[in-house]
Design a protein around this ligand. Structure first.
Ligand code: SF4
Length: 102
């Protein structure tokens, strides 16, 4: 029988910092497809802390501090737990299904 040494296991165990645990447990990934967004403004009205008009593309983008990537086609971000329900509501209200919450 092969026995894994506890010491070796502990040596290989990755113990995240508390701030990293919070990122995993209390954030959700969101994205906006700018190619399908028709700039109706529903999401800006429902969750103005997260969504706004991108003046460069005329489409929706995710606002700081939540945005992590923004280009001509997509805006991606991470939102805290307290905004998930509001963003899910915006996603279900989007007439083109351009908002994804993971
Ligand atoms: S609700 Fe959808 S279509 Fe309307 S602005 Fe927001 S992402 Fe664009």
């Amino acid at each position: 029988m092969t026995r894994i040494s506890t010491e070796r296991y502990n040596n290989n165990l990755y113990i995240p910092k508390p701030s990293q645990i919070l990122l995993v447990k209390h954030m959700a990934k969101i994205s906006v497809n700018k190619e399908t967004c028709i700039a109706c403004g529903v999401c800006w009205a429902l969750v103005p802390d997260v969504f706004e008009l991108d003046p460069n593309t005329g489409k929706t983008r995710i606002r700081p501090p939540y945005v992590v990537n923004d280009d001509e086609k997509t805006s991606e971000g991470n939102i805290p737990n307290e905004l998930i329900d509001a963003v899910k509501n915006a996603a279900s209200s989007c007439p083109t299904g351009s908002i994804i919450v993971e």
